[in-house]
Ligand binder design. Structure first.
Ligand code: HEC
Length: 153
C-alpha cells in the first residue's frame, strides 16, 4: 500500500511540475534547452567516443576506467534513457535524493552543475523536459505515467 501511495505522490508531483513548467510559458525542449545542457555537462563521457548501451554492458568496468558511460549524444539516444527502453534511467541517475528510496542523490546528479544552485536549476530543466519524473522501470510504469514522459524534441 505504501508503495502505491508513494507512487501516486510521485505521479502527482510529476504532473504538478509538468503543469508548472507549461504554465510558466516555458516549453523545455531538447532542441532549445537540453542539448546545450547535455553538451556542457554530460557529453565528455557520453559523447561520440562512448559505446552503445549494449556494448557498454559487455565491458562496463573497462569503459568506466576510460571515463566513458553509454552513448547519449543524440535526441533519440537521450530520450531512450527516459522513456523506453531504459525507462527512468535519467530520473534515477539525476535525482537529487528527494525521490530515491535511500534519500541519496543519483550518481550523475553531481555533474549537473558546479554548485548546488546550478545543479538544482539544471535538474529543474531535466524534470520539465522529461514530464513525469518517476524513477520506475518500464515494467512498473502505468500507461498514464508513460504517456506523461514527453521528452519533446
Ligand atoms: C565524468 C564522466 C561522466 C559525466 C560527466 C556524466 N556521466 Fe553519466 N555515466 C558515466 C558512467 C561511467 C556511467 C556508467 C557507470 C554507472 O553506471 O554509474 C554513467 C551512467 C549514466 C546513466 C545510466 C545509463 C544506464 O546504463 O542506464 C545515465 C542516465 C547518465 N549517466 C546520465 C548522465 C547525464 C544526464 C550527465 C550530465 C548531467 C552525465 N551522465 C554526466 C559517466 C559520466
Amino acid at each position: 500500500m505504501q508503495n502505491k501511495d508513494a507512487g501516486m505522490a510521485l505521479v502527482c508531483a510529476g504532473i504538478l511540475l509538468f503543469t508548472a513548467a507549461r504554465a510558466g510559458g516555458e516549453d523545455i525542449r531538447y532542441s532549445t534547452h537540453i542539448k546545450k545542457l547535455f553538451d556542457d555537462r554530460c557529453v565528455s563521457c557520453h559523447g561520440k567516443d562512448a559505446p552503445e548501451h549494449d556494448d557498454f554492458k559487455k565491458d562496463r568496468e573497462g569503459f568506466k576506467k576510460k571515463g566513458l558511460g553509454p552513448k547519449m549524444d543524440s535526441y533519440a539516444h537521450l530520450a531512450s534513457y527516459a522513456g523506453w527502453p531504459d525507462s527512468g534511467a535519467i530520473m534515477r541517475r539525476l535525482d537529487d535524493g528527494k525521490n530515491t528510496k535511500d534519500g541519496k542523490a543519483g550518481n550523475m546528479y553531481e555533474y549537473l552543475g558546479a554548485n548546488e544552485e546550478e545543479r538544482q536549476r539544471n535538474l529543474g530543466l531535466f524534470k520539465a523536459w522529461v514530464g513525469v519524473w518517476t524513477l520506475k522501470r518500464f515494467s512498473e510504469l502505468t500507461r498514464e505515467e508513460l504517456a506523461g514522459i514527453t521528452v519533446k524534441y
